[in-house]
Write a protein that binds this ligand. Structure first.
Ligand code: AHR
Length: 619
């Protein structure tokens, strides 16, 4: 068949129209698809009678509106733990993709949450479950809230003798125990402060009002009331006001916005002070999406910051809370790194560099020196360069106030990375890293696992850098576990700066001296553990048989050593902090509130861990 020119033109025109239509249809469908629900999240709330929990749900609703592909299904347990168990089961059975839960009774609900975690990711808000069967925990540091409240009471007392009423939430509930612990610890050494009454206000305003009224009718000689939430503090105020008593200072916790929220109560002078207790609702939605979108390196715990609010700073606080327009400028991140002492440090440096590059940041990565002073000079260099934000991995825990104040005065926020500092948290914005204490505890449990037969363990502890957080906390955590076994004893300790060579030297010396019949080595990192293994072998002994070696970090090299049986097991210390650091830096520069602490997700490794997974690991 011969096609003439006219027919050809018609065919081309038809094909062209079909092509255009196809493009339009594809685009239309794609648009519609992105507007479809892709993820369903279940939210199980303990009750909706406390304003703080209402605010948590509101925050979740508001944040979820930003994601068109997300639907949230809410359940309210109405304060009934049995109902919350059913709510969680039903949400899981209905096929939600992820569960967010804020528990009524964490002890009772732990098994149900663990069961849910077997099939879907779980974000636990506010009250932690027992153990680690959840994807991510987000909550406040209740002990620190209590401690801050205690310090405010000390300020108010001004060395005079004062009588205090403490109004707790529910008896024995997690936040109550921790807030009270912090509060009591702060005022412990102040003989002028007497907590004359402790009452249970069930987190409710009216309950608190009634009970405070009864007490004040008997004894109105009270100076300060500390209520564990603003709602109960408001109840206390009503009682005081109704009885016409003057000069009682009332402190609460929560610092919510809105009518009768703690911030407005402080503004009006109803409360003398409050401590913000963020609900974590916003963070829960954002991290839920990160988890569902399979983003890498999701942390295990996020601890939210609590600020002290009094009449003197409430207005500024409220102004700062207004959302500022996002800054689109290229961020210059300055990093003051420690000289590399371990494979862990190399992996952590790589992770920071890769994440900064991916985010399009300008990274000024300074690395040198072995002393704290060297590191301080690096930070000073970054201040001079006028970077937008500074981060560093502090060699030791103490002694950073001066340089942190210099950064603060220069208006440059600081993120503490990897290890922590003991400087006041007003000098830094966020601390990202590991739970070193738990790592030590895990190493202790590894030992118990290995010495099931209760034989005598004569332990050599090879410690990291003196004064560094991992050195201090891992030792304490390890000791906490081994003290339960009377046949375990640390018979010798030495320091090897987290370094392979120093670890090997230290082990060699101990074996040459041969004083203590060492049959266990707890090395505070894998580089030192591998050093110890090599020294044991050189001495003609067999690691794993004559001497059991435990490490921390879970580097690839150590995992192969575990496979060979040279190291019994290693506890993970995750160095892949780059993505969290970069995300936090962006949030800080864009004026968002960031968590106080972000804690990495970590595991324990023994010889059951498969080879092919070791090969696939990034460090
Ligand atoms: O601060 C993290 C620790 O520092 C790592 O466990 C260790 O290897 C190190 O160099």
């Amino acid at each position: 068949m011969i096609i003439n020119i006219k027919q050809k033109k018609i065919i081309f025109a038809t094909l062209f129209i079909i092509l255009i239509l196809t493009i339009v249809i594809i685009k239309f469908n794609a648009k519609n698809k992105s507007e479809e629900v892709q993820y369903v999240i279940g939210m199980s709330q303990a009750n909706l009678t406390e304003p703080w929990r209402i605010s948590m749900n509101e925050e979740i609703i508001k944040e979820a509106q930003k994601y068109k592909n997300v639907k949230i299904v809410y359940r309210d347990a109405g304060g009934d733990t049995e109902k919350q168990k059913r709510d969680i089961d039903e949400l899981v059975q209905s096929g939600v993709d992820l569960l967010i839960v804020s528990m009524n009774d964490s002890k009772e609900l732990t098994p149900v949450v663990s069961k849910a975690y077997k099939s879907i990711p779980v974000i636990v808000l506010d009250r932690a479950v027992e153990g680690y069967d959840y994807t991510l925990y987000i909550g406040p540091d209740n002990e620190s809230i209590g401690r801050q409240a205690g310090n405010l009471v000390i300020d108010f007392a001004k060395n005079n003798n004062v009588k205090v009423i403490e109004i707790q939430g529910l008896l024995d509930s997690n936040p109550v125990v921790e807030r009270s612990k912090g509060f009591r610890a702060a005022i412990k050494n102040y003989n002028n402060i007497e907590v004359s009454r402790t009452i249970i206000g069930e987190w409710q305003r009216d309950e608190s009002e009634d009970k405070v009224k009864e007490i004040l009718k008997e004894d109105n000689n009270i100076d300060i009331i500390f209520a564990h939430n603003d709602y109960m503090a408001f109840g206390a105020y009503k009682a005081v006001h109704e009885l016409g008593i003057k000069n009682i200072k009332i402190i609460g916790v929560d610092g919510l916005e809105g009518e009768n929220g703690g911030l407005s109560l402080v503004s009006q002078g109803v409360l003398e002070g409050t401590f913000t207790c963020p609900t974590g609702g916003k963070e829960a939605v954002d991290y839920a999406l990160d988890i569902l979108n399979k983003k890498e390196d999701i942390p295990k715990k996020i601890i939210l910051r609590s600020d002290k609010i009094t009449k003197s700073n409430v207005d500024t606080y409220l102004q700062n809370k207004q959302t500022k327009p996002a800054s689109h400028k290229k961020i210059m991140l300055g990093y003051a790194q420690l000289k590399s002492e371990s494979k862990w440090r190399d992996a952590s440096a790589k992770s920071i560099k890769t994440a900064a590059k991916k985010a399009g940041m300008d990274l000024v990565f300074l690395e040198s020196g072995t002393t704290q002073e060297d590191q301080k000079n690096l930070i000073r260099e970054l201040i001079k360069k006028r970077v937008d934000i500074i981060s560093f991995s502090p060699q030791v825990e103490s002694g950073w106030d001066d340089v942190l104040k210099e950064a603060k005065n220069a208006g440059i926020p600081v993120i503490i990375n990897d290890r922590t500092v003991d400087s006041d948290d007003s000098l830094w914005v966020c601390s990202i890293g590991s739970d070193f204490y738990e790592e030590g505890r895990r190493a202790g449990r590894l030992l118990a696992d290995c010495f099931k037969d209760n034989k005598q363990a004569n332990i050599l502890e090879i410690k990291g850098t003196t004064g560094a957080t991992p050195t201090i906390d891992r030792e304490e955590g390890f000791k906490e576990i081994i003290k339960n076994y009377k046949n375990y004893k640390i018979v010798q300790s030495c320091t090897a700066d987290f370094d392979y060579k120093a670890g090997k030297e230290a082990m060699k010396k101990v074996l040459d001296d041969n004083k203590n019949k060492i049959n266990v080595v707890f090395a505070q990192n894998d580089d030192m553990a591998i050093g110890a293994v090599d020294a044991i072998k050189e001495k003609g002994l067999v690691p794993g048989k004559d001497i059991v070696v435990l490490g921390i970090d879970a580097t690839k090299e150590a995992l192969f050593s575990v496979k060979r049986g040279d190291i019994y097991g290693t506890v993970e210390c995750n160095p892949l902090i780059g993505p969290q650091l970069v995300k936090t830096a962006e949030q800080v520069i864009n004026g968002f509130e960031v968590p106080l602490r972000i804690i990495n997700s970590e595991n324990i490794f023994t010889e059951e861990f498969p080879y092919k997974e070791i090969i696939g690991r990034k460090y």
